[in-house]
Design a protein around this ligand. Structure first.
Ligand code: ZN
Length: 417
């Protein structure tokens, strides 16, 4: 017996995940050894004491959800979460398991081994009478035990999962509009895994999205940018850069893709002080001019610049010198820079290793001490280093404007154009 967290979206993904984790394929696909694969989600049970009848309250649900419900279930028995009563919390009571269980046969394992996961899943559903989580959910909804809104959020969206299960074999094109809508983070992850497994099946998949998570997860090299009648595709990204961002699905690459011009900074304190400096120089905030200031949050500058270069974006990137020669730091990213279009700005080592000493160098100790409200006894450098965000915040909120460090001024001028 093995217990482990696998984070798969369905039971048929379990063997593949175990194999990916390094377990012996022949052992995993031996039905004498692997006797069951289970996948489960939890959702809320509707409180029967204050539940509402679907037919009388369906106007509270979106038209799309109503259409799905009425297509897949007979709606007479469906109940919606009520307002809450003495016996429940906000209309729901307990949790219920929605699960699917595969008890593999030797045929199932053979198909899994020879034709892969999708074929094995089809065989399980069509030939072995397997009950999928989605079907199990529909039964619960139909019985009035689960509010369809909770079911879709916690388990899986009825629409897409069913479409995939039924038509995965013969559809050549699948189009999904903004799959991120109305889904919790975990359900979105589940759905994306399904979408990914579908695309491996030689099908053309079109997804429109406003979510960076969806974009990163499905691979940045798959993006087609549509702007004013022109479509452009990223073809120049190295495969390891695509997988780099796939591992960081929360990182805001979509912002980079959509910005007109970009200022890349290292962390939040640079981001906070850049805006007032820029506004002081040009009378407008960067955002008013279509310039997005994006913090790399310790991500690799080279990867971010490579992505921006693939999109042909104008970028002013800034970084601390950390005591190293700026010319040397530049060589690491030189291939992504482009004269007049993408440039890297670094402060002189003599003016300080990071933003804080650079600010002191350009403004003097007494100006900063009074702006930050520090007493004469406090150690200015130590305080600024320890309280970087607070320092940036006080600088940005102060009535008097500081002189920006040279490299920041140069970056602002460059990106302003
Ligand atoms: Zn109740």
């Amino acid at each position: 017996m093995a217990w482990t967290t696998l984070h798969t979206s369905d039971a048929t993904s379990v063997p593949q995940r175990l194999i990916d984790l390094g377990l012996d394929r022949t052992l995993i696909l031996d039905p004498m050894l692997s006797t069951g694969f289970v996948n489960q989600s939890l959702t809320k049970l509707v409180c029967p004491h204050c539940a509402l009848k679907y037919a009388e309250h369906k106007h509270k649900l979106s038209d799309e959800l109503n259409a799905r419900i009425e297509r897949f279930c007979d709606p007479t028995g469906i109940k919606l979460r009520g307002p809450g009563c003495l016996r429940c919390r906000y209309g729901t009571m307990d949790r219920v398991l929605i699960a699917e269980t595969v008890v593999p046969t030797s045929e199932f394992m053979e198909i899994y081994r020879d034709a892969g996961k999708i074929a094995a899943r089809k065989y399980w559903v069509n030939e072995m009478g397997g009950l999928t989580k989605c079907q199990a959910l529909i039964r619960r909804i139909y019985a009035g035990e689960v509010d369809p809104r909770d079911g879709e959020a916690d388990v899986s969206p009825l629409k897409i999962s069913l479409a995939l299960n039924r038509n995965a074999g013969h559809a050549a094109f699948v189009m999904i509009e903004e799959p991120e809508n109305h889904l919790s983070h975990t359900s979105l992850t589940t759905l994306l895994s399904r979408i990914e497994s579908l695309t491996r099946d030689h099908q053309q998949l079109f997804i429109t999205t406003h979510s960076t998570f969806v974009l990163n997860r499905l691979g940045l090299d798959a993006i087609l940018l549509l702007t004013s009648g022109k479509a452009s595709k990223i073809t120049s990204l190295a495969p390891d850069t695509v997988s780099y961002f796939q591992r960081l699905p929360g990182y805001d690459t979509l912002r980079m893709a959509l910005a007109k011009k970009i200022v890349l900074v290292e962390g939040p304190s640079d981001e906070i002080v850049f805006e007032p400096f820029f506004k002081d120089m040009f009378g407008k905030r960067p955002m008013d001019l279509g310039i997005d200031v994006i913090s790399m949050r310790r991500l690799s500058l080279a990867r971010c610049l490579e992505f921006c270069a693939a999109l042909d974006k104008s970028v002013a990137a800034m970084r601390d010198n950390d005591g190293m020669d700026p010319a040397e730091l530049r060589t690491g990213v030189d291939e992504w820079l482009c004269a007049g279009k993408r440039e890297l700005f670094i402060g002189q080592v003599a003016h300080g290793r990071t933003l804080e000493p650079q600010l002191v160098h350009h403004n003097g100790e007494s100006t900063l001490r009074s702006l930050l409200g520090l007493t004469a006894a406090a150690d200015l450098h130590k305080w600024m280093n320890r309280e970087r965000i607070e320092t940036a915040f006080r600088i940005a909120s102060a009535a008097t404007t500081l002189t920006p460090p040279d490299y920041m001024r140069a970056a602002a001028t460059f990106i302003h154009g």
